[in-house]
Design a binder for this molecule. Sequence first.
Ligand code: NAD
Length: 485
Amino acid sequence: MQAEIPFHLENFIGGNFIGPLSGQFIDNFDPSTGEVSGKIPDSNEKDVAVAVEVAQKAFKTWSVTPLEKRFTILNRIADLIDENLELLARAETNDNGKPLWLSRKIDIPRASANFRFFATGIMHFAAESHQMENTAINYTLRQPIGVVGCISPWNLPLYLFTWKIAPALAAGNCVIAKPSEVTPVTAFLLARIAKEAGLPDGVLNILHGTGPVTGEAIVTHPAIKAISFTGSTRAGARIASVAAPVFKKLSLELGGKNPNIIFEDCDWEKMMNTTMQSSFANQGQICLCGSRILVQSSIYEKFKTEFVARAKALAVGDPLDEKTKQGAIVSKMHFDKVMGCIEKAKEEGGTILCGGNAVKPSGRCANGWFIEPTVIEGLGPNTVSNQEEIFGPVVTLQTFNTEEEALQLANATQYGLAASIWTTDLSRAHRVGAQTESGIIWINCWLLRDLRTPFGGLKNSGVGREGGWEALRFFTEPKNICVQL
Ligand code: NAD
């Protein structure tokens, strides 16, 4: 694949790379240097309308393309992602600020895994039949929906973009997709890969632009019948308010304020190593990060001392440096938001045990947006700091005495995405797991993912589930056919 990335990115519509109809572009920044690294199309409803028209045409053929052929093309996309690992990983790191080793190890391999998984999945996807003794037989057809919209965030750019696009395409839909305007480059490169892999023109269309303009144009277009969205609860609520009255199918994967519940009988070393990751991986900018750490009182002082020492030792700096553990915060706007949350925590009476400051690395990254890993104690469950998503390298510590208290604290938020529970008591693990109000529970682990499992949140963390058959069911319409015998 062509490795050079143009300064002005283009939309991918009907198999062609084209600029926005308005001729307007917006700046894209490298967060590790604070410099403009490129421009992206400021697409509007006119660009979306053109894309929908070509997608509708392409749907006539793609929806009846044999599964084996879809499988071959999607698998080829996966292969090409693997072949271009280094190019994609560098693009992701330059856009997002995450350490390059992390892009190489997690983000890009997962993007190819998504395509490979759903390419194979569609070959095994079956529908139900229901026999009524000697009276009738019902069978259910699972038909592709048509043109669908996929909108994704900046924290795991290609990883989450492909998590939607792969099942949508596998199921026979045509897609209008929009990556985050903050991290557009790997989506642009994916368009090149799709073309090279032989995906027919118009089947996948990738448009760039902002949420309120491009995103909203996708959500409101009457011919787009389903929206798969991952992002903030605020934007999810807005999308639901627009799409629900016109009865679009909606999958919403939203924010979290995840508890990490640590009992005194945990496997200490394993818990400590994993809790460092679940707190600070990707600069804490993973929807699944455990931002509220709940520790049993009997081990609190020991936990605090070791955890803070380890957080202080995390190397913050140039994402291209192999030794860096913490890269840049994704944008100036988000940097300001996270720093504002730290100030708020201080106002609320929290004690900053470590971190709390911006970092100014020397050299290339002197003007980038970096924040020290920050640990805060002394805040109650109802403070803003323990209620609202911060989405940065910031965690709070709270204590509990009993299992009941742990559950009360864990469930004391509007969110319900993920939770980790650390205990060697098997019965307690099952009990607490069943009663914690989260869609994803990890016992003695974190971010251990099997792509077949349902993925998503309760409460204000979302509606619907992604992953495995759930995704293929979302991207198809069931139609029951009843035949009287
Ligand atoms: P965001 O909501 O600001 O933006 C997400 C995407 O939606 C972007 O592409 C954006 O341009 C678009 N968008 C924004 N407003 C829109 C609108 N009105 N109509 C249509 N599209 C719109 O979120 P973000 O800041 O990019 O990402 C961080 C958030 O995403 C956090 O809240 C995080 O928890 C959440 N997240 C959730 C999951 C999950 O699986 N539940 C995964 C990753 C991130």
